[in-house]
Ligand binder design. Structure first.
Ligand code: COI
Length: 357
């Protein structure tokens, strides 16, 4: 697939302070855009970042047929851009597309678009520790029609943002007791916009009570832990790592998968199974709850310092964590090239963007 490239006349890069990067507010110079029309993806283009014009009857605006991915590019010590587990993101966007009745994207198209865009905007990859170029591929319905049915046309877009850490400090969690994120047979596993929209009101209530995030529980008994607003969740109890199993209601986190592999290789026993609040509370009472952290592309590995299950509050001290920092450093070292990539997770982006002079 050939990608036509139209470059910006004047880059905004020189105005960016890499030491002061809010998450998700600054976009780099270019974006990739590709339309799905007449049952086929048309030629993809890289163009200067710009607004779309949207018809008032656009299907996505009304019925939310929209999916996305989140990934990161980092810079190797030798200056080469690196991508992390690109293949897994292709797999996941296509699983989301399937669930939301949207067209598949070939691995070749997806990878080529990301590699070309990252190569073109590689100057935007922050070299600072804990920062990265966040890559946001997404697809949305573009039919202009009021009626509930799958769209016949779509737009697939990729843009990138230089970002600092998503959570600058450890996070506190309020276990859900009333609202749910996902149930069996729902869309919990799909990375679709509505899952995040539905989380806003409960998250607002949690904030008003002094907590950073909601910890989602099962929708029937509010007994089993699912995940946190923007992350999968791990509990280290009595030396073992517990994380809720992928039961269709939980996002199939790529960082989650990497963390499980890294921990197994370190000899840590992993328990991927339904995880009840009673197990966590018992471990806490017995002094066996050692660490709690979330994992995600944006969050990487983010420590939890407090969890409220109703009136019962668990306080944790991330300063004493051992596995959390080990994982965080492990992933950071892979992203800088300081650690050998034994798993084939990291891919170099070699000159892809041939730009007309
Ligand atoms: C990610 O971790 O990439 C996500 O999509 C979460 C989002 C809230 C930034």
């Amino acid at each position: 697939m050939s990608i036509s490239i139209q470059q910006v006349q004047h880059s905004r890069l020189s105005g960016i302070d890499f030491n002061n990067l809010p998450f998700g507010k600054i976009c780099s110079d270019h974006m990739f855009v590709m339309d799905y029309v007449d049952g086929a993806w048309q030629e993809g283009k890289i163009v200067p970042l710009s607004n779309f014009s949207i018809h008032p009857a656009n299907l996505t605006l009304h019925y939310g047929q929209s999916i996305f991915e989140g990934m990161k590019a980092s810079i190797h010590n030798d200056g080469t851009p690196l991508l992390f587990r690109l293949d897994k993101h292709v797999e996941r966007i296509n699983a989301s597309a399937d669930r939301m009745c949207m067209p598949q994207i070939s691995s070749e198209t997806f990878c080529n678009a990301i590699e070309t865009l990252v190569d073109l905007d590689k100057g935007w990859i922050p070299p600072t520790d804990g920062s990265a170029l966040y890559i946001r591929p997404y697809m949305f319905a573009t039919d202009e029609f009021i009626g509930v049915r799958p769209s016949e046309t779509y737009k697939f877009v990729i843009f990138t943002c230089p970002v600092g850490p998503y959570y600058a400090a450890p996070v506190s969690l309020l276990a859900a007791e009333k609202y749910v994120r996902a149930c069996d047979g729902g869309v919990g596993e799909a990375k679709t916009a509505g899952n995040y929209a539905a989380s806003l009101y409960p998250a607002k209530e949690a904030k008003e009570k002094g907590y950073d995030q909601v910890m989602w529980m099962d929708p029937v008994e509010f007994k089993y832990i699912q995940e946190v607003g923007t992350m999968n969740i791990f509990f280290i109890m009595d030396g073992k790592a517990y994380t809720p199993d992928l039961n269709g209601a939980i996002l199939k986190g790529i960082t989650r998968d990497s963390v499980i592999t890294i921990l197994k290789e370190k000899g840590v026993e992993i328990v991927e199974a339904p995880l009840s609040k009673d197990q966590v509370l018992a471990a806490h009472r017995e002094g066996k709850l050692q660490e709690v952290f979330g994992t995600g592309t944006a969050a990487v590995v983010s420590y939890v310092n407090k969890i409220a299950f109703g009136e019962t509050i668990i306080d944790l001290d991330p300063d004493n964590y051992i596995l959390g920092p080990y994982l965080k450093n492990y992933i950071a070292d892979l992203r800088s090239g300081d650690r050998e990539d034994n798993h084939g997770w990291v891919q170099r982006v070699l000159d892809k963007a041939t730009v007309p002079v």
